[in-house]
Each structure stands twice: as structure tokens, then as C-alpha cells.
Design a protein around this ligand. Structure first.
Ligand code: ACO
Length: 402
């Protein structure tokens, strides 16, 4: 009998690290996180400075090219992105093949994957110029695809992009304009959405980004890799958490029911978790959560929403959790998803669109990381090992003798 354990001994050493909690899969110059100190830097710039002073396309440029753009570079980049926002007309027909009640994440996953069937001229990954075109196309077209998924989902006609609007304003226009009435974009709300996009732009080697890198490591085309990232992001432990956090706040409903939910979160026999709390890397306040909380207040203030019961529940829950021993001991702080659901809901998006908005914003991070991986001379196909725990070698038994 072949003994698998002795085979492992002979084949050398490897680490067993489920969930890759202490394994670096790559070198990267894009994003730095200090989870204990609650620090997030993109190319060295703190997230709060970027959120306060830059616009989303400036951050896209920074993530992609490594430096903040000069005024001319910014103008040129904005122009390029703006003039790639249309999608191939045949691609719009793909949407109408889906059921109306399909989740918009399912639709964008399919539509982005299908981009490889429309933009063949930019899928040669060995050509840096073509990779740049694919990156610009991806950043430019994802809002159009996301807005079309939304329009299809709610049964309204598609609204085409407007090149005179900024990135977030154009997205609001494509989502909320109708042929029946003029939609005037509120600059405060579009700035808030732009900031939400900045907060989600990149977050080093999270599950979806690692998925994009792993898919790309085989030489797969960029659109297929981003579709893989979208599929991974959809999970409730990752991008789906903002939807889950809002559902939880709605389920709690009122401040007096919070203790019941806190007790459930602490009960090891109850699978319930406080959605929007905890993070694999942050063992301190997620710096993005603070900015998101501020943005949430700005949006509700601008819309004249006073005394939002969900906000009351969220703020009280946060207060209790931050002083509760269980949460302190386990270092569970609110993450970015805790306040994003309330904000996106106030902006007019249904919960089913929350993860889509996350995917839209994260696309730049995915494509920047994908580019970095392709350019890395040490890059090899990703091929994790496993710790085999199955049967030892045994002889086949014919079915008549089993
Ligand atoms: N509520 C209650 N208890 C929690 C929570 C929570 N939200 N999160 C973690 N814990 C507890 C776990 O039960 C575990 O307890 P134990 O030590 O007694 O077993 C301990 O804290 C550690 O939890 P892990 O699941 O091992 O931590 P991990 O780093 O693997 O998970 C995760 C991180 C997935 C984010 C987790 O905190 C969670 O499920 N949070 C809720 C979902 C969420 O908000 N996800 C968004 C993540 S951010 C993003 O994707 C943008």
C-alpha cells in the first residue's frame, strides 16, 4: 500500500494556510494596509486625503499608472474614459436574454465576460498598449453595463451615456433618467457617489482581487478575469455584505431590539453574525468606514431625510458594539459595508444593486492589479498546493464485487 503521508515527507515542504491568512501571493506597489493601525494607502496616499481631495478618475489614474496625473494627463485620461463609455450595440442585446428577475450581479458577470467576444483587439496581453486600452475600456464601460443591468432589472429602457457629465454623475443619469422626464443630477449626491467609488477602488489582495490575479496568471484575457472577480465579489462574506448589512438593519427595525441581535451575534451556537462588522485584515476601525459614515450623513442631509430609523439603529448598534467586551476582544469594528447600504438606499438604489456598485468601483483595482501581475517578471501561473486527507492508494473493485 502506498502511504500518502510518507509521500508528502519525500516531496519536500509546503505551508498549509487555509484562507491564506499569512501567505503573500505576490509583490505589489499599489495598496498598503496596516490592519492593526487602521491605515489604508494607495500608492502612498492616505485614503482620507484621496476621498477629500481627488475625484474617482484621478484615483483610477493613480492606481493604474502609479502617480497622480498632471492637469494635462488628467484631462487626457478623463477624455479617454468618457469617450469609451458606449458599449457595442450587439452587447446591449445580451441583456434582453436574461430573465427580468435575474440578479443584476448575474447580469453584469455575464456581460463583462461577454466583452471578450466584442473587444478582441485589446485582448493581446503581451502588448502594453493593448493592455492599457483594455483597462480604459473596462473602467469606462462598467458603469454603462451596471446601469443597463439596473434598467433591465426594473423594466425601464436603457439610457445611453452622456459625455458632458462626470463619471459618477453620468452613472446616476444612466440609472435614473427616463424618456419621460428630465433628470437633473444633484452635484452633492454625485460627489458623494464619486467618493463612495474612491472608497471601494482597491483593497490589495482580497478574495476578488486574488481571483482576478489567479485567473490572469494563466494568461486569460482581462475581461474574463474581471468577470471572475465579479463572481467572487458577489459572496455575502465579501461584496454582498453591504446588502446583508442593510437587510439586517431592516430586520432589527428599532433600537430596542438591538440587545437581542447582539446576544445572537455572541452566541457560538447561532450562525448569525453582525453584518458590516469585522474584517480579515482590519483589527481596528476600517478607515473607509469613517468616511462612509460622514458621506452617509451628507447624503441624508442633502435629501432632507431626518430621523431615518435605519440610521438610528446603525448608530446605536455601532455604539453598543464598540463598548461590548465580545467585540472588543475579537477586534470587530464596523467595516465599509456598515454605512454604505443606508447611503446607497438613500441615493435611490435598490439593495440588489449594492454589490454591483461595489464591482463598478473595484474594477479599477482589479485591472490595475492584473496589469501589475502581467508586468511582474517573477509572475508564474498561480498553483496552490493542498494537504491531501483522502484515502491511501487502493485497488479497484469491480461493481459486481462491491
Ligand atoms: N459578528 C459576530 N461575530 C463575528 C463577526 C461578526 N460580524 N465576525 C467575526 N466574528 C467572530 C467569529 O465568530 C469568530 O469567533 P470565534 O473566535 O469565537 O470562532 C471570530 O470573530 C473571528 O472570525 P473569523 O470568521 O475567523 O474572521 P475572518 O477574518 O475569517 O472573517 C469576516 C472576516 C468574513 C469579514 C467576518 O468578520 C464576517 O463574517 N463579517 C460579517 C460579514 C461582513 O461584514 N463582511 C464584509 C467584509 S469587508 C468587505 O468585503 C468589503
Amino acid at each position: 500500500v502506498l502511504d500518502i503521508a510518507s509521500l508528502y515527507k519525500e516531496s519536500g515542504m509546503f505551508t498549509y494556510d487555509p484562507g491564506f491568512t499569512s501567505t503573500a501571493s505576490c509583490k505589489s506597489k499599489i495598496t498598503y494596509i496596516d490592519g492593526d493601525a487602521g491605515i489604508l494607502l494607495h500608492r502612498g496616499y492616505p485614503i482620507d486625503e484621496l476621498a477629500d481631495n481627488a475625484d474617482f478618475l484621478e484615483v483610477c489614474y493613480l492606481l493604474l499608472f502609479g502617480e497622480l496625473p498632471t492637469a494635462t494627463q488628467k484631462e487626457d485620461f478623463d477624455f479617454r474614459v468618457t469617450h469609451h463609455t458606449m458599449i457595442h450595440e450587439q452587447l446591449t442585446r445580451l441583456f434582453t436574454g436574461f430573465r427580468r428577475d435575474a440578479h443584476p450581479m448575474a447580469i453584469i458577470c455575464g456581460a463583462v465576460g461577454a466583452m471578450s467576444a466584442f473587444y478582441h483587439d485589446s485582448i493581446d496581453i503581451t502588448d502594453p498598449h493593448k493592455r492599457e486600452i483594455a483597462s480604459v475600456r473596462m473602467i469606462a464601460k462598467i458603469p454603462t453595463i451596471a446601469a443597463m443591468a439596473y434598467k433591465y432589472h426594473v423594466g425601464e429602457p436603457f439610457v445611453y451615456p452622456r459625455n458632458d457629465l462626470g463619471y459618477a454623475a453620468n452613472f446616476l443619469h444612466m440609472c435614473f433618467a427616463t424618456p419621460c422626464e428630465e433628470y437633473k443630477v444633484n452635484p452633492i449626491l454625485s460627489r458623494a457617489l464619486d467618493r463612495i467609488f474612491i472608497l471601494h477602488a482597491d483593497h490589495e489582495q482580497n478574495a476578488s482581487t486574488s481571483t482576478v490575479r489567479l485567473a490572469g496568471s494563466s494568461g486569460a484575457n482581462p475581461f474574463a478575469c474581471i468577470a471572475a472577480g465579479i463572481a467572487c465579489l458577489w459572496g455575502p462574506a465579501h461584496g454582498g455584505a453591504n446588502e446583508a448589512a442593510l437587510n439586517m438593519l431592516e430586520e432589527i427595525g428599532s433600537v430596542d431590539r438591538i440587545p437581542e441581535y447582539i446576544a445572537r451575534a455572541k452566541d457560538r451556537d447561532d450562525p448569525f453574525r453582525l453584518m458590516g462588522f469585522g474584517h480579515r485584515v482590519y483589527k481596528n476601525y476600517d478607515p473607509r468606514a469613517k468616511i462612509m459614515q460622514k458621506t452617509c450623513h451628507e447624503v441624508l442631509g442633502e435629501l432632507g431625510i431626518k430621523d431615518d430609523p435605519l440610521l438610528d439603529v446603525a448608530m446605536e448598534l455601532e455604539k453598543i458594539a464598540l463598548t461590548d467586551e465580545y467585540f472588543i476582544e475579537k477586534k470587530l469594528y464596523p467595516n465599509i459595508d456598515f454605512y454604505s447600504g443606508i447611503t446607497l438606499k438613500a441615493l435611490g438604489f435598490p439593495t440588489s444593486m449594492f454589490t454591483v456598485l461595489f464591482a463598478l468601483a473595484r474594477t479599477v483595482g482589479w485591472i490595475a492589479q492584473w496589469n501589475e501581475m502581467i508586468e511582474d517578471p517573477e509572475q508564474r501561473i498561480g498553483r496552490p498546493r493542498q494537504l491531501y486527507t483522502g484515502a491511501d492508494k487502493r485497488d479497484f473493485v469491480p461493481v459486481s464485487e462491491r
